[in-house]
Design a protein around this ligand. Structure first.
Ligand code: 3PY
Ligand code: MG
Length: 233
């Protein structure tokens, strides 16, 4: 399972990319890896992937050298177990707000994969102000590989839209809060992740973020806009 490969690279100080194909397509997921993505995001919180899609996509993504990171719709124990059994290389659990919840996730992973849990990457999503308030305690939970700040939900929690208009930055109040959380994660010697655009990535890399979630849609959007412009000229 390629979760171990990602963990080793993160522990060696490297930065890792995770691209979302947005659509339930194992072919597109594999193509993203062939083009350079370290891992692919299989989003079962907002996406439409079935358990069978997860099984097939994880196998195909691994066969081209990548890793499939699955986001379940919640931190329900049986759901996490099913995705791990379906072959997820990593699990990225949304809305983790307390150390008890973080511990329960690690426990579910170890129960599901008693002999090879260390081959799966465990990512806890910190996406509310309450979660950031509890971060010091959560950072003490052994077995969480990456503490991932979700700026979209955090924005909503702070009273802002989940995403700024295309190409515009997030409100400074949100990016300041993300930076504060990243600082705490780094100070505890843990690995930080967040969602970025290609343009934002160098800024957050500088701040010590190592796990980068990137949408692939802007690449299509820009490519198509260029073609439309060429057609119109
Ligand atoms: C969020 O930003 O809320 C996400 O879930 C993904 O980054
Ligand atoms: Mg979120």
């Amino acid at each position: 399972m390629n979760g171990a490969k990602l963990r080793a690279r993160l522990l060696a100080g490297e930065a890792i990319s995770m691209f979302t194909p947005h659509h339930s397509s194992s072919g597109l997921a594999a193509r993203l890896v062939e083009l350079g993505a370290d891992s692919v995001f299989v989003d079962c919180e907002h996406g439409t992937w079935s358990f069978e899609d997860v099984r097939m996509t994880s196998q195909i993504v691994r066969s081209v050298g990548g890793a499939a990171i699955v986001r379940p719709h919640s931190h329900e124990r049986p759901v996490i177990i099913r995705y791990l059994n379906a072959g997820a290389d990593g699990i990225m659990v949304p809305m983790v707000e307390t150390s008890e919840q973080a511990r329960a996730i690690v426990d579910a992973v170890r129960y599901a994969q008693p002999s090879d849990y260390d081959k799966r990457l465990v990512i806890a999503m910190v996406e509310t102000q309450d979660a950031i308030a509890n971060l010091d305690e959560m950072l003490r939970v052994d077995g969480i590989d990456v503490f991932f700040i979700g700026p979209g939900d955090l924005s909503q929690d702070m009273g802002y839209p989940p995403a700024p208009p295309f190409g515009e930055p997030r409100p400074a109040a949100v990016t300041d809060e993300v930076a504060r959380a990243v600082g705490k994660i780094r100070a505890a010697g843990k690995i930080a992740g967040t969602l970025v655009t290609a343009e934002e990535l160098p800024h957050w890399r500088e701040k010590g973020v190592q796990f980068f979630y990137i949408h692939s849609d802007p690449f299509l959007r820009r490519g198509l806009a260029g073609v439309r412009q060429a057609l119109a000229s």
